[in-house]
Design a protein around this ligand. Structure first.
Ligand SMILES: [Ca+2]
Length: 323
């Protein structure tokens, strides 16, 4: 067990050495864009619930949500969940044709049971450009909890009527940080990278600013969702987990990325996770390995808190997330 003095020294050391990665220097609530593949697993719905909860607490401000899955029910499902949480107006972006096609055990049912639709959804790349161009410089946190399909296309986008900047320049100017659930650390193969490996490789290579990776290993033993059975049945969060695997609980990969975004405003060390700096290299098959670099603009998260503590926090946020 740490002594108080050792703890203080650790914090001072980390403060002095680990703040270079995130360039967001103010303490205002992050302006946040969520990019989700909501369809193939229920943790995306859990993450959306956590996001609504922390937004209600004033810890983040939601600018838009993008969908990287090509499942036609993903956007209507997300719209239904947002409407249930009292935020039907959140702008939604739809992936281009050719996006990863996922099966889903819940997306269509949630859309139909809770009346979701994609009538007002925009093209994801156009929406990214529009939303980013309208913000103050280096204020936007993007949290990716699915494929990097949209973000790769955003980086490759050309100047247009919205902004004279191309995608990479626009991101450099407006984004404070990208928090990305993807990859395994220090090396391995993970679903989000693997399913659109070209996009994962492009984004890790070309993102013109800090990227913080929340890897496979972080969420896999943080099981949440089973406690949702205590909620009323007519609740899209509970229903998603019920349809997905009968409320048996699922790993919390996506909630962790959102939770991290909400509890770290300016990149100072956090009691639940610390960061290892360097550079992430993604191969053609979507596997990745870590290159240690002292001043790398990438970092991956290493857990400090216990699985039980983090699971309790995440599940509590999901349980108490209410319209
Ligand atoms: Ca996901």
């Amino acid at each position: 067990m740490r002594t108080a003095a050792a703890w203080l020294l650790t914090v001072l050391f980390l403060s002095a050495t680990l703040t270079g990665c995130e360039r967001q220097a103010n303490t205002e609530a992050p302006l946040l864009i969520l990019d989700t593949d909501i369809a193939s697993d229920a943790d995306d719905v859990g993450a959306v619930a956590v996001l609504h909860h922390v937004a209600k607490q004033g810890k983040v401000k939601i600018l838009a949500m993008m969908v990287s899955s090509g499942n036609p029910w993903s956007v209507p499902c997300l719209q239904a969940v947002n409407a249930w949480f009292g935020r039907p107006e959140i702008p939604l972006g739809k992936a281009h044709a050719g996006a990863v096609q996922d099966e889903s055990r819940y997306a269509r049912s949630i859309a139909e049971e809770f009346g979701g639709n994609d009538a007002k959804a925009s093209d994801a790349i156009q929406l990214y450009r529009r939303v980013l161009a309208a913000q103050a410089d280096q204020r936007v946190t993007i949290v990716s909890i699915g494929y990097l399909t949209n973000l790769a296309q955003l980086l490759q986008s050309k100047s247009d009527a919205v902004s004279p900047l191309n995608g990479e320049e626009l991101v450099r100017q407006k984004a404070a940080r990208l928090i990305c659930m993807g990859g395994a650390y220090p090396s391995g193969q993970e679903w989000n990278f693997h399913r659109d490996a070209a996009a994962a490789a492009y984004v890790t290579q070309h993102w013109p600013g800090p990227v913080i990776f929340a890897g496979f290993e972080l969420g896999k033993d943080i099981m949440t969702g089973a406690a949702l059975r205590t909620l009323p049945e007519k609740n899209p969060l509970r229903r998603s987990y019920e349809l997905h695997n009968r409320l048996a609980g699922r790993p919390s990969w996506d909630q962790i990325a959102v939770y991290y975004a909400a509890v770290t405003v300016d990149g100072r060390p956090n009691e639940l996770w610390t960061k290892i700096y360097g550079r992430n290299a993604v191969s053609e098959d979507g596997s990745n390995h870590w290159l240690n670099e002292r001043n790398g603009s990438h970092a991956y998260l290493v857990q400090r808190g216990t699985n039980a503590d983090i699971a309790k926090n995440v599940e509590q946020l999901m349980l108490t997330a209410q319209p």
